[in-house]
Design a binder for this molecule. Structure first.
Ligand code: NAP
Length: 335
C-alpha cells in the first residue's frame, strides 16, 4: 500500500515535492492546495492532482472555472502525511489541524526547529525522524551546509567552520522582491544559519554571515573550516565525491559560475531545470595545513526536494536504511 501524501501549499517548493512524490513507487499524491486561482492552480489540475482550497476560496475557484476536489480540511482527512509548503505564519494554525486529525506532517526551513523539535537531513540524521508525527526539513542553505560538512566532519573532524552565504535575492518566478541593484548585508550576527545547522549537528562549531545579491539562480557559500586533522586536498575531494547529493564541477570544464551550473541541470534534462545536488567547485577546494577552503552553490528551489521524500520514508517507516532511501529517491528522480 502506498503512503498517501498531501501537499499543503502548491508553490515553489510544494509543486516540486508533488513531482518527486509522483516519481516514487511507495507513495502517492492525494491532493495539493492553493488559495488563489492562478496559473499554478490550473497546472495542478492539468497534472491530475486533486486540488483543495480553503473553505472561503471555493467560490473564487468556481468563478475562475477551476474545478476543486474539496477543502483543505478534506485534503488533510484523506492523507497519511501532509508536506506543509505554506509560507510563514501559518504553522501554528495548521499544526493544530494536523494534530486534531491525528496526521503526520513535515514543515520546511522557513519554520523554526522549535515547531517540531526534530529537524531532518537524510545523510546526517535520517533515523531521528523515524516514526515521528512531526518533523522539519531544514532550509536550502542549511541543507547545503549539512551535505558537505557532515561527511568532512565525520572523516576529519571540523574544529571550527566559518561560512559566508551569498544569498539570491528572489526566486526566478518572483518579480516583487529585491534588491535589484545593491548588496545587502544581514546585520543580525551571527546569522541564523549556523544554529540551524546545529539543530542537526549540535556538536559542530560553525559561524555564519550573509549578504543578499541581485540574482535568482542560486546561493553561493564560501566555507573556511579548521579541521582536527590535516588531510590532503585530494582526500577531501574524495570525501565530497562520495557524499550523497553533492556534485563536483570544475571551472576548467566551463562551469565558472551559477549560470553554467544551472545550465548543466537543464542539459541533464532535469524537471524544471532543477539542480538537486550541492555544486562544489573541485578546482576551488584547497587544504592549507589543517585549514580547508571551498565554494559551493545551492539551487534554493530544489535541493530540499529529495530530503522531503526521504523524510516521508523515515516518518512513515518505509525504509530503515538511510542509504537505501537516498538511493531509491535519487534513482526515481534521476539524480
Ligand atoms: N523558495 C525557496 O527558495 C525555499 C527554499 C527552501 C525552503 N523554503 C521554504 O518552503 C516554504 C514554502 O516556500 P515557497 O517558496 O514554496 O513559498 P511560495 O512559493 O510562496 O508557495 C507557498 C504556497 O502556499 C500556499 N498558501 C498560502 N496560504 C495558504 C493557506 N492558508 N493554506 C494553504 N496554502 C496556502 C500558496 O498558495 P497561493 O499562491 O494560492 O496563496 C502557495 O502555493 C517556506 O517555509 C520556505 O521558507 C523555500
Amino acid at each position: 500500500m502506498k503512503v498517501k501524501v498531501a501537499i499543503n501549499g502548491y508553490g515553489t517548493i510544494g509543486k516540486r515535492v508533488a513531482t518527486a512524490v509522483n516519481q516514487q513507487d511507495d507513495m502517492e499524491i492525494v491532493g495539493v492546495s492553493k488559495t488563489r486561482p492562478t496559473y499554478e492552480a490550473r497546472d495542478a489540475v492539468r497534472q491530475g492532482y486533486p486540488l483543495y482550497v480553503p473553505e472561503g476560496a471555493v467560490q473564487a475557484f468556481a468563478d475562475a472555472g477551476i474545478q476543486v476536489a474539496g477543502t483543505v480540511d478534506d485534503m488533510i482527512a484523506a492523507a497519511d502525511i501532509i508536506v506543509d509548503c505554506t509560507p510563514g505564519n501559518l504553522s501554528e494554525e495548521y499544526k493544530a489541524k494536523y494534530a486534531a486529525a491525528g496526521k503526520k506532517a513535515i514543515w520546511q526551513g522557513g519554520e523554526d526547529h522549535s515547531l517540531t523539535g526534530i529537524s531532518f537531513n537524510a545523510a546526517a540524521n535520517y533515523k531521528e525522524s523515524w516514526g515521528a508525527q512531526f518533523s522539519r526539513v531544514v532550509s536550502c542553505n542549511t541543507t547545503g551546509l549539512l551535505r558537505t560538512l557532515f561527511g568532512i566532519d565525520r572523516e576529519f573532524g571540523v574544529r571550527n567552520a566559518y561560512v559566508t552565504i551569498i544569498r539570491r535575492s528572489a526566486d526566478p518566478n518572483d518579480s516583487k522582491t529585491g534588491p535589484i541593484n545593491a548588496i545587502e548585508p544581514s546585520v543580525k550576527l551571527p546569522t541564523h544559519h549556523g544554529p540551524d545547522v546545529q539543530s542537526i549537528m549540535p556538536w559542530l562549531s560553525i559561524s555564519t554571515m550573509a549578504v543578499k545579491v541581485p540574482t535568482t539562480l542560486m546561493h553561493v557559500h564560501t566555507v573556511v573550516a579548521e579541521l582536527k586533522e590535516a588531510p590532503t586536498t585530494e582526500q577531501v575531494k574524495e570525501v565530497l565525491r562520495r557524499s550523497p547529493r553533492v556534485r563536483l564541477v570544475s571551472s576548467r570544464d566551463g562551469i565558472k559560475s551559477t549560470a553554467q551550473a544551472m545550465d548543466l541541470a537543464r542539459e541533464l534534462g532535469r524537471t524544471r531545470g532543477d539542480m538537486f545536488e550541492i555544486v562544489v567547485w573541485e578546482d576551488g577546494i584547497k587544504m592549507v595545513g589543517n585549514t580547508l577552503y571551498y565554494y559551493q552553490a545551492v539551487n534554493q528551489e530544489s535541493d530540499v526536494i529529495p530530503e522531503n521524500i526521504d523524510c516521508i520514508r523515515s516518518m512513515c517507516k518505509l525504509e530503515e536504511d538511510p542509504a537505501a532511501s537516498i538511493a531509491k529517491t535519487d534513482r526515481a528522480m534521476g539524480i
